[in-house]
Design a binder for this molecule. Structure first.
Ligand code: ZN
Length: 271
């Protein structure tokens, strides 16, 4: 879609770009989302992390539907077929070969979390930090432990270690599937960490704490982040105080026993 914008409006957009650091595309997207009453401050997710841990790997939400609720996020695909990244409105499937693939709209997801990205504030970090140190630094940026934050970390990484779960054709628990996960190492790579902070009291709903997926800048490689060492990155943080959950109406979800405490298995599978 190509749209003509009047010189007067273009001048206002350019001024706003200077003031905010946003690109013209971002300013137009922000303005349109406001006019169209699209809620940017809501985290949308399908199913729960508790159900995924119990092995509910089939959902009924398509990628086309998911895109209506956000342009930024992460998740997985039916039968646990790799890791999902949603970035700039595009959905990528990071498969067990460590490569990234575009995803067809009719593909379904059993678990995904998205929001409309709009950084509420930015920081730049130009010192080598490992994953633990990066998380401690992020702790100092987040004003509260009690709401969701979408977090994007873009730039140069010394290394990134990821896993990408393999498609599961037999019923398994997440912890068993994750135990066989292929691990990939990327050295000296440009890219983005796409992720969220989830409050610990939400631990049956989403992954508590930080959860990131990596996508390389050339959009060719990535996975669920196990470890990183950053070199020089820009960090964007998007406060997300509202949550909307769409629970699947599949037989698998409806019949699942979701009363057990799965924290130990979740920690083992995700960290
Ligand atoms: Zn993940």
């Amino acid at each position: 879609m190509q749209i003509n914008i009047s010189p007067q409006l273009q001048a206002i957009i350019r001024k706003r770009c200077q003031d905010t650091g946003h690109t013209p595309e971002e300013i137009v997207a922000i303005a349109l989302r406001g006019y169209l009453e699209i809620d940017e401050e809501t985290l949308f997710q399908t199913s729960t992390i508790g159900a995924l841990v119990e092995g509910v790997y089939r959902g009924d939400l398509t990628i086309a539907e998911l895109k209506n609720y956000g342009d930024f996020g992460l998740g997985t695909f039916n039968d646990l077929d790799g890791e999902m990244v949603v970035l700039d409105g595009q959905v990528w499937q990071l498969r067990s070969d460590g490569q990234a693939y575009p995803v067809a709209d009719e593909v379904k997801t059993p678990f995904a979390t998205v929001t409309f990205w709009q950084a509420d504030w930015m920081a730049t970090l130009a010192q080598p930090l490992n994953y633990e140190e990066l998380q401690r630094y992020l702790d100092t940026l987040l004003p509260s432990d009690n709401i969701f934050y979408a977090i994007k970390i873009s730039g140069q990484f010394r290394h990134v270690r990821t896993r990408t779960i393999e498609r599961q054709d037999q019923p398994t628990r997440l912890v068993e599937a994750a135990a066989r996960q292929p691990v990939h190492e990327f050295q000296s790579v440009q890219g983005d960490l796409i992720g969220f902070w989830t409050p610990s009291y939400m631990k049956t709903v989403n992954v508590p704490g930080y959860h990131f997926h990596f996508l390389s800048a050339d959009r060719q490689r990535g996975g669920h982040v196990l470890d990183v060492c950053i070199e020089r990155v820009d960090i964007g943080i998007d406060d997300t105080p509202r949550l909307r959950v769409a629970l699947p109406e599949t037989q698998e979800f409806l019949a699942a026993n979701l009363t057990r405490d799965t924290q130990q298995e979740l920690h083992q599978a995700e960290k």
